[in-house]
Design a protein around this ligand. Structure first.
Ligand code: WAQ
Ligand code: MG
Length: 633
């Protein structure tokens, strides 16, 4: 993103104890990523295996005019002992006429406390660093891909080393580098140069050995050393196409680590732009990424209800529902839910995911048939898989296809058709009247998931039946974690269905009961919704306003719920647009495969009744700007 490079920042962390270096790291990122990154780096410093720091420095500087370099090619030398490893180092460097490795090896004892590297004349072994205690420190560098991607808090020794080695190998006069981690458990080191590439040596020391350091080898006129040091220390470099970490091969007869396959898969995930990492909700950004549609999650009435229930009944419910975990807030909430939805009975699980998995898998089994919309939520998909029933996926919201599939599969002992009421990624709604008619005609139990419908759809937020003035399906499933501001999942249904689930739903039976605080908070939310039936219309109004604001910028989309999709297509592009929006102060998630099909990445804007109209206008403008900037490349 050429236009954004002027706004890249170098964020550096270094940690020490009593003056001795413990760890350091640097990333080059856009402005919006600076605060969360600083937190991640501080945490890394505090938990380093080399010890607890008493000093942590976090420095943020403009990273101007970056030079882009292609990463050195990577190869691996498998060795069994450090002796074998050093023999490989000697061989590799010999071709460049670097012959005094046996004299260089002992110098690593002196690099341990250095923050930087030793800079040696490759032939005379004279030390050339201006400050021999500090050494020469390579900074202002990062993996070019990282600027647009989320960062992990786990140090990636390999990728950071390839970045450093690539930069150093391109410094004038540098003919080689030798590196050994100072991490006691990281025994793989490397030798690098423009000619050799980056050659990993799988064992340069024994595990537990804290020795480590770097030596840069220089050949050239003494009066040009300053330029070399300046390049290494100051020139901003972004390294492109860092190859994924090669899998540990293992020599014949040696067992590779049983988790090695995981690391390889992770590298692939990163390489195709699908890396995900948990991140703390960023402070200071306007959030368009929550399902808290009515703004109740932070409502003092919910928080007070939760606090009081916890004070009275405990921080946890202490047992499963059918043992001794059922507490007064559970009974009250289930009664309230049934009354709110107008059903005979209701049943609550600790999460919506558990409610779907436990309901679908209980209702159908081997030999039965379940019909599931192709865009149903993953928890329904998982419930179908777990049920061992035959699964028939019907085309999205296509009731003719559903009817045809029921006709082709039936008759069976039992059939179940299940669909989201509001589809979570695009915010479009199920054709409920025809869904019910099709189920009735085909003899299938009908179930809808109102996770994104309760509190949003219908004149008073009672969901999709109210929206259409339609009958109830056999099972109204929903969550307490979205418009209702708490957490948990529920089913509202007949007494028979609920009794059946109490006896058959494994996620209900074999799980500790819903937290009493969450139950009481959800109960309070229902009361607020009953007292303020205008809230659902308010959030739908915000969504419509946002769609209109986008239209004014020439972006066409639509919504009937509180979710507005903005189609983008390419996964990386979507991630980059999300990063650009963050720089403008908006947190909007890019939804990518496998949540949506490959090549159908999009922004998912989730509205809240509490969003301000001028923020919606500003977001629409920022989205238009980001899409336009992307189109230029
Ligand atoms: N510039 C110069 N020297 C540095 C820098 C820097 N930016 N950062 C660290 N050093 C020196 C310092 O003396 C450290 O003690 C030493 O290097 C080792 O640093 O392919 O983890 O960060 O899997 O511990 C090699 C990866 C990992 C091999 C190396 O180095 C692979 C590593 P560490
Ligand atoms: Mg280290």
């Amino acid at each position: 993103m050429k236009t954004e490079e002027g706004r890249l920042f170098s964020v550096k962390m270094r940690a020490s104890r009593e003056g001795a270096h413990i760890s350091g790291a640097e990333r080059i990122v856009p402005a919006a990523a600076v605060p969360p990154l600083a937190a991640v780096l501080a945490e890394r410093a505090l938990s380093h295996s080399k010890g607890r720091p008493d000093f942590i420095n976090i420095k943020v500087e403009t990273a101007a005019n970056p030079l882009r370099l292609k990463a050195l090619s990577v190869s691996t030398r498998e060795v069994d002992t450090p002796e074998e490893g050093w023999r490989a180092v000697r061989e590799l460097l010999a071709e460049d006429g670097i012959s005094r490795i046996d004299e260089i090896v002992p110098l690593f004892r002196e690099t341990y406390a250095m923050r930087g590297a030793m800079l040696l004349d490759a032939d005379t072994l004279e030390r050339l660093e201006p400050d021999p205690l500090r050494g020469v420190r390579a900074t202002f560098m990062d993996d070019a891909a990282s600027a647009a991607h989320a960062f992990s808090s786990v140090k990636n020794h390999y990728a950071e080393a390839v970045v450093l080695a690539t930069k150093v190998a391109h410094a004038p006069g540098i003919v080689g580098e030798i590196c050994m981690s100072d991490d006691p458990d990281y025994i793989t080191g490397y030798v690098a140069s423009k000619r050799l590439g980056y050659v990993r040596i799988t064992r340069l020391k024994d595990a537990g050995d804290p020795a480590g350091g770097r030596i840069f080898l220089y050949r050239g006129p003494r009066d040009k050393v300053g330029e070399t040091i300046d390049f290494i220390q100051r020139r901003c470099v972004l390294v492109e196409d860092v190859p994924p970490k090669p899998p540990a091969q293992g020599k014949a007869g040696r067992n590779p680590s049983p988790v090695e396959g995981l690391a390889r898969e992770l590298e692939e995930i990163r390489a195709v732009g699908l890396w995900r990492s948990v991140r703390e909700r960023p402070a200071g950004l306007k959030i368009f990424a929550a399902n808290d549609y009515l703004g109740l999650a932070d409502d003092p009435r919910l928080k007070a209800a939760a606090a009081e229930a916890i004070a009275r009944h405990g921080a946890g419910s202490g047992a499963a529902r059918l043992i001794s975990g059922t507490l007064p807030p559970h009974i009250a909430l289930e009664r309230h839910l049934a009354a709110f939805k107008g059903t005979e009975d209701a049943l609550v699980w600790a999460t919506g995911y558990m409610a779907n998995v436990g309901t679908v898998s209980a209702l159908v089994g081997k030999g039965d048939a379940v019909f599931s919309d192709e865009l149903n939520h993953a928890s329904i998909v998982d419930g179908c898989r777990l049920s061992r029933a035959d699964v028939f996926v019907f085309r999205h919201n296509d009731m003719d296809d559903l009817a045809a599939k029921i006709a082709a599969a039936g008759p069976r002992r039992r059939m179940l058709a299940v669909a989201d009421a509001v589809f979570s990624m695009d915010g479009d709604i199920l054709d409920l009247p025809r869904f019910l008619e099709t189920c009735r005609a085909g003899g299938a139990i009908s179930m809808i998931d109102e996770a994104h419908a309760t509190g949003v759809m219908g004149a008073t937020g009672r969901g999709l039946c109210e929206h259409f003035g339609a009958d109830h399906p056999d099972i109204l499933m929903g969550t307490l974690s979205k418009a209702l501001g708490s957490e948990g999942g529920y089913v509202c249904a007949s007494r028979i269905v609920c009794d059946y689930l109490r006896n058959r739903s494994r996620s209900f039976i074999f799980s500790t009961a819903h937290n009493p605080g969450s139950a009481a908070a959800a109960d309070a939310a229902l009361a607020i919704l009953e007292a303020h039936p205008e809230l659902p219309q308010a959030v739908r109004g915000k969504a419509r306003l946002f769609v209109e604001a986008l239209a004014e910028h020439g972006i066409q989309t639509r919504t009937e719920s509180a979710i507005v999709p903005v189609p983008v297509g390419d996964e990386r592009r979507a991630a980059e647009i999300a990063a650009m929006l963050e720089q403008d102060g908006f947190y909007v998630p890019a939804i990518r495969y496998p949540t949506v099909p490959k090549g159908a990445a999009r922004l998912r804007v989730a509205l809240s009744a509490l969003h301000r109209d001028d923020d919606l206008q500003a977001l629409a403008e920022a989205v238009a700007k980001a899409l336009a900037a992307q189109r230029r490349f």
